[in-house]
Write a protein that binds this ligand. Structure first.
Ligand code: UDP
Length: 458
């Protein structure tokens, strides 16, 4: 009989993330975990820069050419997906052709759950398929209820009661019309369609861990079989074992202008810096940027603020002159590296799922300032379920005022609840580390996936 290790080495996975930063990052980390268990993984991406050539823990990265940008200058969502899927199909057949000549044909396609059509491609190739969810289990459950027709978003009910979750107000639901939120029906149907063919996939994988979402995970597991495999953040932050062959920035769509922020962080006292970042997509109003700048100044804490190049023109003009000692504004950074820095005491975040998981796993309390999509639900859980942060209030004009920002930062850094938030953050950090450590819940689930995918093949 073939040894499991040998069978694993002959098992070739194609990983297909949706080409947004918050989808690429967890897929790359999952790919690395599979490689560490002996599998061969090729990750297909639309990024075509020097980072795709960097080492990613032996994950092979195949780029779909940059020309694809031309193909995406199109008007409707249907057009977008048609072009997108035809480029992916073409790339997959190239890879299959290449692999046909080697001894390691493709065994399984792991695709982003917002692209359910990829299941057809897996079936055309005659390989197994895993749908990979990059949002929390709670958010997945909410979209599942929408898909089943049991819940409307936006809702006209004051409080929504769903299995395994606390009562949710409309502003806690994804993409609801609340405060900063922009309600978007196309987005809701894109997200609920993640469930359109889950009955036919071989595996459902979710980037979270059992201990973090036990109740809702139990309920979801009663509806469809799933495996929780997170938190998918670079393993060097979760264990002492350093991945020396790793590219610092992963597969990044953005680049920092300078690297001086690490020295700046080194020069600050422990837990004295507020790190501010709103992910890769959020685009704030100019007025909101002004209030953030003023709120940070009023709080009088050191701050490191990520403002992507495309957002820089919204910054108040004289901000840096007034705050040069206290504050640093950068265009991008390796976020987990910053969150793991001892000088960072608080993370003001939009609560994108990756940012939330990174803060939870690195023990950093949060000021939750959600913008849209699943961020509102994540903020609800950060403040009221995991109790690792406070959530900002939005005023009638849809703005979080400078006074509110100052108050929330002070609460997390030094307020009455500060010590509880820190204690809880430490607890979740430890549980996250245990989940991915050998024999932990997520590690076992990855092991099971590897065993099953390998069995399928041999
Ligand atoms: N990120 C980063 N550097 C930055 C800002 C963000 O590396 O300066 C990463 C962050 O660590 C996370 C991802 O970008 O992994 C953003 O994903 P998230 O789900 O938090 O938000 P999204 O960008 O999807 O809104």
């Amino acid at each position: 009989m073939e040894s499991p290790r040998r069978a694993a080495a002959e098992t070739h996975i194609i990983a297909l993330p949706f080409p947004a930063q918050g989808h690429i990052n967890p897929m790359l980390q999952f790919s690395k975990r599979l490689v560490s268990k002996g599998l061969k993984v090729t990750l297909v991406t639309f990024i075509d820069n020097e980072l795709t050539k960097a080492k990613h823990g032996s994950v092979v990265v195949e780029s779909i050419s940059n020309n694809s940008e031309e193909n995406f200058k199109i008007s409707t969502m249907e057009d977008y997906w048609r072009n997108f899927s035809s480029l992916v199909r073409q790339k997959l057949s190239e890879i299959v052709e290449k692999q046909g000549e080697s001894c390691c044909p493709i065994s399984c396609l792991v695709y982003d759950s917002i692209m359910p059509w990829a299941l057809d491609m897996a079936r055309e190739l005659g390989v197994a398929a895993a749908s990979f969810f990059t949002q929390s289990c709670a958010v997945s459950a909410i979209y599942y209820h929408v898909y089943k027709g049991r819940l409307n978003i936006p809702t006209d009910v004051d409080l929504v009661s769903l299995e395994g979750m606390p009562p949710l107000e409309s502003c806690d639901l994804p993409s609801s019309a609340c405060g900063l939120e922009k309600n978007c029906p196309a987005m809701i149907s894109l997200m609920s369609d993640q469930f359109s063919n889950v009955g036919e996939v071989d595996w459902i994988l979710i980037n979270t861990f059992n201990e973090l979402e036990e109740e809702v995970m139990n309920w979801m597991a009663s509806q469809c079989p799933l495996k929780l495999i997170g938190p998918l953040i670079p393993s060097k932050y979760l264990s002492k074992r350093l991945e020396l062959d790793d590219s610092e920035y992963g597969l990044s769509l953005f680049k920092p202008r300078t690297n001086s922020f690490m020295q700046w962080l080194d020069s600050k006292e422990a837990s004295s810096v507020v790190y501010v970042a709103f992910g890769s997509l959020a685009s704030l109003e100019e007025k909101q940027m002004e209030d953030i700048a003023s709120g940070l100044k009023l709080s009088n804490y050191n701050f490191l603020w990520v403002v992507r190049e495309s957002e820089e023109n919204k910054l108040p003009k004289n901000l840096m002159n007034e705050t040069s000692e206290k504050g640093l504004i950068i265009t991008w950074c390796p976020q987990p590296e910053v969150l793991a820095h001892k000088s960072v005491g608080c993370f003001m975040t939009h609560c994108g799922w990756n940012s939330t998981l990174e803060a939870l796993s690195l023990g950093v309390p949060m000021v939750a300032m959600p913008y849209w999509s699943d961020q509102t639900t994540n903020a609800k859980f950060v403040a009221d379920v995991w109790r690792v942060g406070v959530r900002v209030k939005v005023n009638e004009e849809g703005i979080v005022t400078k006074e509110e920002i100052e108050m929330c930062i002070r609460e997390v850094m030094e307020g009455e609840s500060s010590s509880i938030l820190r204690r809880n953050s430490e607890k979740w950090k430890m549980l996250a580390q245990e989940a991915v450590a050998e024999g932990g819940s997520s590690d076992k689930n990855v092991e099971r996936f590897v065993a099953e995918v390998t069995c399928n093949i041999t």
